[in-house]
Unconditional design. Structure first.
Length: 212
């Protein structure tokens, strides 16, 4: 399960060239501007991973809260707190927390950029428009310019009327496919900064592994 959490964190950053922007670039700019206006956002989602090579087909429900460059993720019995300097990974089942410096790896996606990262570093194009759940969705296909990234393609499903991200599919180079379906998203809820840090006093007898 730790492997999938790391993949999600990898999940879970289009250029300012002088040339005229494409239709896809313009749409992505609108999406990014929409989300950057929010002071915070809370989203419930379903995460699934499929890998024929590893015979994996799993699905998990989770919730993520983002405020600026801080985030808090709840999934699969774990809560991950991050204040952009320190990351705490708490496992409820064993009442244990691992503490480490927050150092997002180069070449992967940052979780706190999950809604706004698509307007830089990608070659994009508009795909088909589909109807799903009674909504018209535009599909945007993105390929990273940096070939060192762990993934080679992203499909972004965007509600046509309001530029709201509904689903993201990430295609890894190892053959696995990660799907993030957002079931609910609420912007501008007030969260204090301490919501994104781990307070040991709230978890009696917690085992602390400080790996900083």
């Amino acid at each position: 399960m730790k492997k999938y959490i790391l993949i999600l964190l990898s999940f879970f950053t289009l250029s300012g060239a002088l040339q005229k922007k494409s239709e896809a670039d313009l749409l992505i700019d609108k999406i990014s501007k929409r989300y950057k206006k929010f002071k915070s956002i809370k989203a419930d989602f379903t995460y699934s991973i499929e890998s024929k090579a590893e015979k994996i087909n799993e699905k998990q429900k989770g919730t993520i809260v983002i405020k600026g460059n801080k985030f808090r993720l709840d999934i699969a019995g774990q809560t991950i707190f991050c204040d952009n300097k320190t990351q705490w990974t708490y496992s409820k089942e064993i009442n244990e927390v691992n503490i480490q410096h927050y150092k997002p790896k180069e070449g992967v996606m940052k979780l706190d950029d999950i809604f706004t990262m698509y307007n830089k570093g990608f070659v994009s194009k508009i795909g088909e428009t589909i109807k799903e759940g009674g909504r018209d969705l535009t599909i945007i296909e993105l390929a990273p310019k940096d070939k060192k990234k762990n993934y080679f393609k992203i499909k972004l499903f965007v509600e046509k009327n309001n530029q709201q991200i509904i689903k993201t599919i990430v295609y890894d180079k190892n053959g696995s496919v990660h799907t993030y379906s957002i079931t609910n998203q609420i912007p501008n809820i007030k969260f204090e900064d301490n919501y994104f840090t781990f307070d040991a006093k709230k978890y009696p007898n917690v085992e602390i592994n400080d790996m900083r």
